[in-house]
Every structure is written in structure tokens, then in C-alpha cells.
Design a protein around this ligand. Sequence first.
Ligand code: PRP
Length: 187
Amino acid sequence: MKPAGAAALRADYPEGGEVILRAEAIAARVSALGEEISRDYAGRDPLLVTIMKGGIVFLADLMRAVQIPHQVDIMVVSTYPQGTRSSGVVRILTDLSVSIEKRHVIIVEDIVDTGLTLNYLREMLLARRPASLTICALLEKERHRAASPPLDYVGFRIPDRFVVGYGLDADEFYRHLPDLVAIPERT
Ligand code: PRP
């Protein structure tokens, strides 16, 4: 097993990166989240909605950990970036393919930073009259942001650092890394 910390053991890891969550720890937590959701949503056939592209890896693992009948759908969304920070301006590139009216919807997000993206999406989806709407975020930055809606399921609270891997990118690279890796902040 590779040590936490230095990420230089694979050539495709970012230089100067530091592993802050290993794949094994992520897998265990995702499995626990799946069990929790399975209990909470028994008999309700929830619809898991993920936000691309960052949520793709999380959804792929979470849906296999949810052991009750459910469906999945995706939205492709992008926030206009400002360096490594999101600006809060959300652009919907591809909308859901199904109606969510009267459905029990769970938004599956990879990371909540400012919370602006989720806030925007939550309001938009609530206007479509789902039976219920909850949020499952794998990662939440430790600093609390007033803009963030309440999170119903959280995988990990992480330090306020720029992270890549497990679906998260820097300039579209590193999404494939199995670990979560913090990289030096860019300007
Ligand atoms: C990232 C991430 C969240 C959002 C969180 O998306 O996937 O959707 O930023 O930031 P916030 O809480 O400050 O709003 P990004 O726009 O980088 O697109 P991606 O999912 O394609 O990586």
C-alpha cells in the first residue's frame, strides 16, 4: 500500500501533490453512504442526479453501493472559473433527460466549495416540484460557506486546499486518479 502524503509514486500524479484521501478510504466511505441511502430511501425508488463532470466517478461507485431500486441521471454543468476558484456563475450545458416531478431526488456532488453551484441547482430543481430533494456530497471544504444549502450526506470534510483526482480536475487533467490529491494553489 502506498503511503499517504507524497504523491510522486506514479508518473501521472501532479508534481508537488499530496495524497489526502487514499482510494481505500474513499471506497469505504462511499460504501457506508450507499448503505445509509439504501436505508433512508427504502420503498421510494430515488433518482440519483449527478453533476458532471466532477461527479462522474463518485456516482459510478455510489450507485453500486445503493442496494435498493433506483435510477440515475446526469446534468452537465460548469462554473466559470477564476483561477482555481469557482465564480458562482453556473452554466447548464446539458439538462436532465427525465422529469423529476414527484420523484425523490438525490443530488450527487463531488465537492462543495463556496456552495454557489449547489445553491443554484437546488433552487432550479425544487422549482420542478420533486417529492423530495436531498444532497449527497463526497467532499465538503471545512470552511463554512453561507451560500451552501444544507448537506444531507457528506463523505469527508477536507481542508481548504485545491484537490484533484476521483473525478476532480485541474484544467481537465487528473480526473482519473484513484486517490484525492491536494496540489499547490494556482493564481
Ligand atoms: C466543481 C465541482 C462543483 C463545483 C463546486 O465543478 O464539481 O460542481 O465546482 O464549487 P462551488 O461550491 O464553489 O460552487 P466545476 O465547475 O469545476 O466543473 P466540473 O464538475 O466539470 O469539474
